[in-house]
Design a protein around this ligand. Structure first.
Ligand SMILES: [Zn+2]
Length: 278
């Protein structure tokens, strides 16, 4: 299913796999002044093509190479000859999506993207009426970028601000980089935050700061508990509560335990963990 809305001068496309009439895991693409920011998932390619068919699209920029954000790159490139730009680290994955090695649940919900040949994005993108700063915001993925248009205060954050204050965390994320990227975004003092799930937040400062505070407080508790000698399961239970069902659906790719692990195991962590992953 796809929902189209014009909001604060931007056209938003919200897409989800339809399960019994309900959307499962929303993802978003945004169009403004001929620029398309992300292209949704290939499992929604028919709806996406219909929804964008009458729009002039001068170029595409991907916030990152996850399959729910670049899924229809190839369609737009083949059918309309659209130029695609992304972070240099994303280019091999966009050209050969099988390198992504998607887990079964991701193949079911979003599917592999259609391959595309993209160019490395520079520090800014100009459209006819706007100039977007391209800001490196890694952590959710190494290649992640956000786009900021200072005149209008539009901030397109991809998945850099994802998950709200939930402790559910992906094994592939780097939590220290996520915190640093959230601080980068908070310093912009944007007027509108257009998230990768389609949620649009006006005056997002408080929401960004709340997420930074939540992660930093959790970091402090996790590291203190570890130094006191608590086991990893015990830290997860005491600091973050019970495990989430999504751990079983994703075979551990997403879980609450992953957030404990991230604070201990990411390269930036001040401790060196000897236990094996939960
Ligand atoms: Zn993502």
């Amino acid at each position: 299913m796809i929902q189209v809305e014009d909001i604060h001068g931007v056209r938003a496309f919200r897409m989800a796999r339809d399960i019994l009439g309900r959307g499962l895991y929303w993802t978003a693409a945004y169009w403004v002044d001929g620029l398309l920011i992300d292209t949704g998932a290939s499992s929604m390619s028919r709806e996406f093509r219909e929804a964008t068919g009458s729009l002039p699209i001068v170029g595409v920029v991907n916030t990152h190479w996850h399959e729910d954000h670049c899924g229809n790159n190839g369609l737009l490139q083949w059918v309309r000859g659209v130029k695609i730009q992304a972070h240099p680290l994303a280019l091999p994955y966009l050209a050969r999506p099988r390198l992504m090695g998607l887990q079964l649940y991701r193949r079911f919900v979003w599917g592999y993207p259609l391959p595309s040949q993209a160019e490395a994005v520079g520090p800014a993108i100009a459209t006819r009426s706007h100039r977007f700063q391209v800001i490196s915001t890694p952590g959710h993925s190494p290649d992640h970028v956000s786009l900021y248009e200072p005149e209008r205060g539009w901030l397109f954050s991809g998945d850099a601000y994802a998950g709200g204050l939930s402790p559910v965390f992906c094994r592939d994320f780097n939590v220290y980089q996520i915190i640093a990227s959230l601080k980068t975004l908070a310093r912009l003092r944007a007027r509108f935050l257009f998230t990768g799930s389609g949620h649009v937040v006006e005056w997002p400062q408080r929401a960004l700061e709340a997420k930074i505070a939540y992660l930093e407080e959790t970091q402090e508790k996790v590291l203190r508990s570890y130094k006191e000698g608590q086991g990893l399961q015990e830290i997860r239970r005491r600091v973050l509560g019970s495990e989430h069902w999504i751990r079983f659906v994703t075979l551990g790719h997403f879980s609450v335990a992953n957030l404990v692990w991230a604070f201990l195991e990411d390269p930036e962590s001040p401790v060196r963990v000897k236990e094996s992953r939960m």
